[in-house]
Design a protein around this ligand. Structure first.
Ligand SMILES: C[S@@+](CC[C@H](N)C(=O)[O-])C[C@H]1O[C@@H](n2cnc3c(N)ncnc32)[C@H](O)[C@@H]1O
Length: 270
């Protein structure tokens, strides 16, 4: 825990005291996976700005005196734009000693933590990152799927299935991934699953390549849909399976049948 006495304040410009911002990863849902460092910071925060994928038991750890701001963004329903969020964090850091920016999973894995950190550094505000467990590892694990396996998969790629427009390069090279990575873990991939599976099939991945979709991973209500590159899109349509979810593509998915009975149950859930 960070005590009130040791709360950091810095004076980067003109003697004006600015607070400290912590970019904290909340992990993928199960409160038992949240770091001790993150918990200590929530307990002494003056302000917490959180996103949509932070679970209720973790929000319940926030100092009751703190101001809590939901900057949650979900596909097509952005409550605040990224520029607005950056400005909000800067404004809060100019007014408060300890500001926690709480993000799902890990802040630097498809979390725009790098963009927020850059905006804070540019504004002369001190910032520190507190990593969290990323969904791409923990969510498959809670479905009984190891993302690597010594005799099956020596490589894993974490990739976004939802690329924003105007990026530094046109698009993910799915065909190269099909050739170069034995396990592919796709974040935000449900809406583009048709395109992704078609690209991987066109790159000669076997039609029988197993695919797992996992929603509410690490939550008690976890939903898992298992299929293959050729069946999974129809299965999504039939079952009404919804985002947000992680997709795992590769033979390691077959371990789901063997390990799902001994998957973690999230014993620290209330
Ligand atoms: C904007 S990305 C944020 C990723 C996050 N920074 C991380 O490291 O896990 C959001 C995506 O992460 C995945 N995700 C995050 N939490 C999840 C969960 N509990 N179950 C399944 N997928 C999850 C989904 O693919 C979702 O669309």
């Amino acid at each position: 825990m960070v005590s009130a006495a040791s709360r950091p304040t810095v004076q980067p410009q003109g003697g004006q005291p600015y607070g400290m911002v912590y970019l904290v990863g909340a992990g993928p849902g199960d409160p038992g996976l949240f770091t001790l460092r993150g918990k200590g910071l929530l307990e002494c925060a003056d302000v917490v700005i959180h996103d949509a994928l932070v679970s209720a038991p973790i929000l319940a750890m926030i100092n009751p005196q703190a101001t809590v701001i939901n900057a949650g963004k979900r596909r097509g329903r952005h409550s605040l734009g990224q520029e607005e969020i950056n400005q909000l964090i800067i404004d809060q850091a100019k007014a408060h000693a300890v500001v926690v920016r709480l993000k799902g999973g890990d802040p630097f894995v498809f979390g725009r933590g790098g963009e927020e950190m850059a905006a804070l550094v540019e504004a002369g505000i001190r910032v520190e990152v507190v990593p969290g467990i990323t969904a791409g590892v923990a969510v498959p694990a809670y479905a009984g799927i190891p993302v690597t396996h010594r005799s099956q998969s020596s490589s894993v790629t974490f990739v976004t299935g939802h690329e924003s427009a105007g990026k530094y390069r046109p698009r993910v090279n799915w065909r190269a991934l099909a050739q170069g990575s034995e396990t592919i873990v796709v974040y935000m991939g449900i809406h583009n699953l048709g395109t992704i599976t078609a690209e991987l099939l066109a790159a000669d991945l076997s039609a029988d390549t197993p695919v797992a979709l996992i929603r509410w991973g690490t939550y008690p209500q976890q939903e898992t849909l298992i299929g293959t590159l050729t069946t999974i899109v129809a299965q999504v349509a039939e079952t009404g399976f919804e985002a947000p979810a992680i997709a795992v593509i590769g033979s390691v998915v077959n371990w789901h049948k063997v390990f799902s009975h001994c998957r973690p149950t999230g014993t620290l859930w209330p």
